[in-house]
Design a protein around this ligand. Structure first.
Ligand SMILES: Cc1cc2nc3c(=O)[nH]c(=O)nc-3n(C[C@H](O)[C@H](O)[C@H](O)COP(=O)(O)OP(=O)(O)OC[C@H]3O[C@@H](n4cnc5c(N)ncnc54)[C@H](O)[C@@H]3O)c2cc1C
Length: 425
């Protein structure tokens, strides 16, 4: 893999997500050799993927080159590779471009879409976990509009304009709001041959309320905002099957739809090789101690979404959101330096900075520890936090400009079918 031998300890980081890049930044120019490996050459800012799907942002404004992240880190190398196996005994990993030895290994591989074993949903639905998948959704929405504009078949037109989103967590809620804005502001202008009332957006949630991870206050407000935008929210509704045309649920509700977007869950993205008891079956996460060491190992760590750290405050592990990943990455960087110097390590303690979701222009909900609010101010806070959290100054400027432009013009400028999406027949 063309990594020079060094007298320094080698830390190999698998995954350039929030956890991996924050660890790499903390280890910048420290007395270790760092190798950051990712199967993509960019970091993805997943919280804004839904804006790519709904033509609000171009993909390059939420992706950031990993080589640029480390450009000033003299001790760090990046390799574009997929890690396929871990050999803990020989301290080696196998990748699709070769084998690499390590002194310390950090697994920060995040999660992948969970279809809960449902083959029909996996085959026909649209996931939204990666940039190419978000682009597929964007293409399909626009292709459906184009096809609906020319068909004489009323039933087909209805199915093309029925958008079903499954999962009422922040991702589903944000995407439903954004697609509703397409219906309300773009469809009447761009597709004068279509009747906006023919387009329906369904949000199906298995639990009793949307945003189940947030407060009841946030759920109620979000549901009200969605209804105001014209989204049809159905709680206690599980999708049982989808054949690419018909959505069947646990209730009498059946929908004819050419588009089902699956935002109903994720599962860990582990790598083969570690002994089985390190993995908890349900969420597929590595069980780690308070220093993020994988159970049974002292030189192998797991961070972020792939790590299950059970504490008194978080008996089921930390929420799978960006902040635990960022905070664990930063602390592990400091702890690895201490470990090498033979100093005692610091235990991880999660600082919960609250949670938030936006439903559209002027509409968001924010839950802080002692204060919950919704509406315009919440939306402003949501925008500011997301803008600041984006990786890279250029991306912040581009996103800020886009949001201002969209706000003034009620526009979504990226409605382009660059690479048509071909549905499974
Ligand atoms: C659509 C969506 C919206 C979200 N919205 C929010 C939000 O609003 N707020 C919030 O806080 N959180 C949000 N999250 C969750 C947040 O993005 C995750 O919690 C966070 O990304 C976890 O960081 P991570 O570093 O653990 O993993 P990730 O960021 O997922 O990074 C994992 C990295 O590992 C790489 N990788 C995986 N396997 C391999 C392999 N075998 N070899 C090489 N590389 C590999 C991947 O390419 C990826 O770059 C959202 C997630 C999604 C999917």
């Amino acid at each position: 893999m063309n990594i020079p031998q060094s007298s320094l300890s080698r830390v190999v980081i698998i995954g350039g997500g929030f956890a991996g890049i924050n660890l790499a930044k903390t280890l910048a120019n420290k007395k270790v050799q760092v190798v950051l490996i990712d199967k993509r050459n960019y970091h993805t800012f997943q919280p804004l993927l839904y804006q790519v799907s709904s033509a609000g942002l171009e993909p390059d404004s939420i992706a950031y080159p990993l080589r640029k992240v480390i450009k000033k880190h003299k001790n760090t190398f990046f390799r574009l590779a997929k890690v396929e196996n871990i050999d803990a005994k020989n301290q080696e990993i196998t990748t699709n471009i070769g084998i690499l030895s390590f002194d310390y290994l950090v697994i920060a591989t995040g999660t992948k879409t969970n279809y809960f074993g449902n083959k029909s949903i996996k085959a026909h639905s649209m996931p939204m976990k990666k940039v190419p998948q978000a682009l597929n959704i964007r293409s399909l929405i626009l292709q459906n509009f184009e096809e609906a504009a020319i068909t004489d078949d009323k039933e087909l037109r209805k199915a093309l304009l029925n958008f079903v989103i499954v999962g009422g967590g922040p991702t589903g809620v944000e995407l439903a709001g954004a697609i509703a804005e397409l219906k309300n502001h773009i469809l009447p202008r761009d597709y004068r041959d279509l009747i906006p009332a023919d387009m329906q957006i369904y949000l199906l949630e298995g639990g009793s309320r949307v945003l189940p991870s947030m407060s009841e206050h946030a759920s109620k407000k979000a549901a009200r905002f969605l209804t105001k935008l014209g989204v049809l929210v159905h709680c206690n509704t599980f999708v049982k099957e989808y054949d690419g045309k018909k959505v069947s649920t646990n209730l009498s509700l059946e929908l004819q739809s050419e588009t089902l977007i699956w935002a109903a869950g994720v599962t860990g993205n582990p790598i083969t090789g570690l002994h089985a008891e390190s993995l908890i079956d349900r969420a597929n996460r590595y069980k780690v101690n308070a220093f993020n060491q994988v159970e049974g190992y002292t030189n192998i760590f797991a961070l972020g979404d792939i790590a299950l750290m059970q504490t008194e405050d978080y008996p089921n592990g930390h929420p799978q959101v960006a902040q635990p990943a960022i905070q664990q990455g930063e602390l592990l960087g400091k702890n690895l330096v201490k470990l090498i110097e033979g100093k005692p390590l610091k235990k991880f303690k999660y600082k919960d900075k609250g949670s938030m979701a936006t439903v559209g222009r002027n509409k968001a909900v924010v839950d802080l520890k002692h204060y919950k609010f919704a509406g315009f101010f919440a939306w402003f806070v949501w925008m500011f936090i997301h803008l600041m959290a984006l990786v890279g100054f250029r991306n912040r400027v581009v996103v800020f400009f886009n949001w201002c432009y969209n706000y003034i013009n009620f526009d979504k400028a990226a409605r382009l079918i660059i690479r048509p999406f071909h549905k499974l027949k």
